[in-house]
Design a protein around this ligand. Structure first.
Ligand code: DON
Length: 306
């Protein structure tokens, strides 16, 4: 690890740590409201495997929507380009749980990262796999080198009690014929997928394959083709932060994905992956300090894709 990287990360961390902690912790999933809002962690992994972090970088948190990138990776591998017949690749310009554009586009979600798109991805995985929940977990365990990784029942159950908008989204899409399986089964898998927990270190290492042309950095295993990795990165840049994707590209300049647990993972192809965690969210559902920290890192290191 080049010492400039670690200095840069440390500096950004201390600067942002001292700023006022704006935003609100996600409360619509009751379990997420119990998280200490002062947590702040960051971890960077270079594609040569060297890595470093600071703050609460080794503490697990709920990765929520960040998992949507991994379910897309798995489904894209299974069905190939046909996947885009059921989900579009356009930014939505709407909140992550919006129903609005589904009426206009007849049940075709705008992209795989809004909730509606990720729900359709879960449906695709259920259709093609023997046991989608177990097979997806095995895929993520292999990808992350975390053989003990499991869904969090506490978080999944908490969201299953209150996830009425997702129930509405799934049923609405089904009414257009773009959900093949039983909505209850699709939602059960979707909530479990969102309940995965990782640390910033684990997250930055898990996503390193997307900075490494689709191959794991630990042993070179091919997870996805170079072309598909390019497309997933393009989708993260244009759609990874919902109606704030433009702002993220403008300020940070990297493809990335956020989750309502307050995590963000971002990457610079052929260089590094970086994960941050700070639970308080802005109005778009993205980590307030997480974005500030990443903006500081890419501005001072000049290591963004632009
Ligand atoms: O479906 C939901 O609302 C959550 N399980 C995931 C949403 C999410 O993480 C949005 N990201 N910022």
């Amino acid at each position: 690890m080049d010492s400039n990287y670690s200095k840069n990360i440390e500096k950004a961390y201390h600067k942002i740590k001292n700023r006022s902690n704006k935003g609100l912790v996600a409360k619509y999933i009751p379990e997420l409201a119990n998280v200490d809002p002062s947590k702040l962690g960051v971890h960077i992994t270079m594609i040569d495997g060297s890595n470093c972090g600071v703050g609460n970088n080794l503490e697990k948190f709920s990765i929520q929507s960040i998992a949507k990138v991994l379910s897309l990776t798995m489904a894209y591998n299974i069905v190939g380009e046909k996947i885009w017949n059921r989900i579009d690749v356009e930014p939505s310009g709407t909140k992550f749980d919006s129903l609005l554009l589904l009426e206009t586009y007849k049940g075709i979600p705008r992209n795989p990262f809004v909730n509606s798109g990720a729900i359709v991805i879960c449906d695709i995985l259920i259709t093609h796999l023997e046991d989608a929940k177990e097979d997806f977990l095995a895929f993520v365990r292999e990808l992350s080198d975390l053989p003990d990784l499991s869904y969090s029942d506490t978080i999944a159950d908490s969201e299953k009690q209150t996830g009425f908008r997702n129930v509405a989204l799934c049923n609405f899409i089904k009414s257009f014929g773009n959900i093949e399986n039983d909505p209850a089964e699709v939602l059960d898998f979707y909530f479990d997928m969102c309940s995965l927990e990782m640390t910033c270190q684990q997250l930055s290492q898990t996503f390193a394959f997307l900075a490494n042309n689709g191959r794991k950095i630990t042993d070179g295993t091919k997870i996805i083709s170079k072309m598909k990795a390019k497309r997933i990165n393009a989708l993260m840049l244009t759609c990874g932060f919902y109606d704030e994707s433009g702002e993220f590209a403008f300020r940070v300049g990297l493809p990335g994905k956020s989750g309502v647990g307050g995590g963000i993972v971002a990457l610079y192809p052929d260089n590094y992956t970086i994960a941050v965690w700070s639970p308080k969210l802005n109005l778009h559902g993205n980590s307030h300090k997480g974005m500030e920290l990443l903006e500081d890192v890419t501005t001072h290191s000049e290591l963004s894709i632009f």
